[in-house]
Design a protein around this ligand. Structure first.
Ligand code: SF4
Length: 346
């Protein structure tokens, strides 16, 4: 860590004005917050599920998953009684599947306790719970005075203090800004304060073109005196990695060939996807390309190309001797002319 990141941040305004800052923030939140299903009927369980889902996922994407989840597994006990396969299947589409596995393990641990833990220290010992999640859960569910520092809060705090430092990444920025977040916390209502800070970052203090004229705390913000608050915070650029992946689409006897990741895989264990081409067709013919898909994960740009493969006896021999390759009943009915995978499959 650089020397500048170790120095505690001074308050961006006189201590006597903290209460006004908090009052403005909370009044704005009371009138302007978005309706969210986990806010309608708050409970520890709803808070935990929503916080796990929102770790890497936008609110609008997470909402229908949350609603289905709560209907199917309304509490820790019912979630603990589900199998990991069922839980991961319900997470399908949200990505970062370790969140689902950790949530299942966490439910199993809590269901076996006489009562759920109440402090951030105790929550930090549970699967999948880091500093942010522990602070969010305990402040919202138990009024624990623990400030959250997620990407939205980093942006607000960095702008309030007009940070000029170039942070290595969000983890470094969060560590640097955490003491300031704690100083500004409304200790009587820490859960509401934390949600207000995150909502301010999501709705007003936008990454590009922050709405400073509408901001309830603009009078405390040092970034408004700079040329462009959008330039804060600054992060070291990460080199973009370009990856290509060839996959095959092979149907035979109404079954689709899939590749199952190893039970020891770090991210995708036991999950299925179209087999990498190198398993079967080291040099697929370009004219058999049936789909292309581009996606970005973190600093990686991935281009996947799907090739149509034709069943042959030698391929079948290879498939039979490769345990990670298996035929599964295909989840849609093709027409005689349908050779392409439907978009949902890729
Ligand atoms: S005044 Fe502008 S830059 Fe400062 S916290 Fe508010 S929205 Fe963000």
């Amino acid at each position: 860590m650089r020397k500048t990141e170790k120095q505690p941040l001074p308050l961006p305004f006189p201590h006597a004005k903290i209460e006004t800052f908090q009052a403005n923030l909370l009044a704005w939140f009371a009138s302007s917050h978005r309706k969210m299903p986990w806010r309608d009927k708050p409970s520890l369980y709803a808070t935990v599920i929503s916080e796990f889902m929102l770790q890497q996922t936008q609110f609008e994407t997470a909402r229908p998953y949350f609603e289905r989840w709560i209907t199917r597994w309304p509490d820790f006990a019912s979630l603990a009684a589900a199998t990991e396969t069922e839980v991961v299947k319900s997470w399908e589409g949200l990505g970062y599947y370790n969140r689902a596995r950790n949530l299942h393990k966490l439910a199993t641990r809590i269901a076996s306790m006489p009562a759920p833990p109440r402090t951030t220290t105790d929550w930090l010992s549970l699967p999948g719970v880091g500093n942010y999640t522990a602070a969010a859960i305990t402040s919202i569910a138990f009024n624990e005075p623990a400030a959250v520092v997620d990407g939205n809060v980093i942006r607000v705090l960095a702008r309030l203090t007009a940070q000029t430092h170039e942070f290595k990444d969000t983890t470094t920025a969060a560590k640097h800004l955490a003491p300031l977040a704690q100083k500004l916390l409304t200790r009587s209502t820490p859960g509401t304060h934390n949600q207000a800070m995150m909502e301010l970052g999501a709705l007003v203090c936008l990454r590009q073109k922050p709405r400073c004229l509408l901001c309830p705390v603009s009078q405390f913000c040092a970034a408004t005196a700079t040329d462009n608050p959008s330039n804060i915070p600054r992060f070291k650029p990460r080199p973009i990695k370009k990856l290509t992946q060839k996959r095959i689409w092979l149907l035979h006897n109404d079954k689709l060939l899939l590749h199952r990741h190893s039970p020891n895989a770090r991210r995708l264990r036991n999950l299925y996807e179209l087999p990498p081409a190198e398993h079967l067709l080291p040099n697929p013919a370009p004219e058999t390309i049936i789909a292309r898909k581009r996606r970005a994960i973190s600093n990686q740009q991935i281009e996947e190309t799907i090739y149509l493969a034709t069943w042959t006896p030698p391929l079948e021999t290879h498939i039979r001797t490769t345990p990670s390759l298996l035929w599964v009943p295909q989840p849609y009915q093709p027409t005689p002319t349908q050779k392409r995978p439907p978009p949902k499959m890729i």
